[in-house]
Design a protein around this ligand. Sequence first.
Ligand code: SF4
Ligand code: F3S
Length: 105
Amino acid sequence: TFIVTDACVKCKLTDCVIVCPVDCFYEGENFLAINPDECIDCGVCVPECPIDAIKPDTEDTPDGKWLAINTEYSAKWPRITKKKPHAPDWELYKDQTGKFEAYFS
Ligand code: SF4
Ligand code: F3S
């Protein structure tokens, strides 16, 4: 499966959602999650993200942190299929790391 990772937090550009053939992106306030059970591993969303936030789960942390986060939150959040305008301040956050811990609520 593919997973959304830390780079997406507070950027949430949503370019990824329009290309997914199975509509498996889910939207929280600051972040999107992929439902790993619905993702068909097509990979087409990966180049759509301007900040490379989407990775194969083979690039997850050794403890599977991002797979767990995507699994948990995709089950709680509503599906998103339409792109939204970029937040005016997204570039402030694009090079930060540890955003999930710093900003996620
Ligand atoms: Fe959707 Fe394909 Fe991306 Fe999975 S890899 S989230 S199926 S676009
Ligand atoms: Fe996030 Fe990139 Fe999609 S920032 S919402 S994974 S286009």
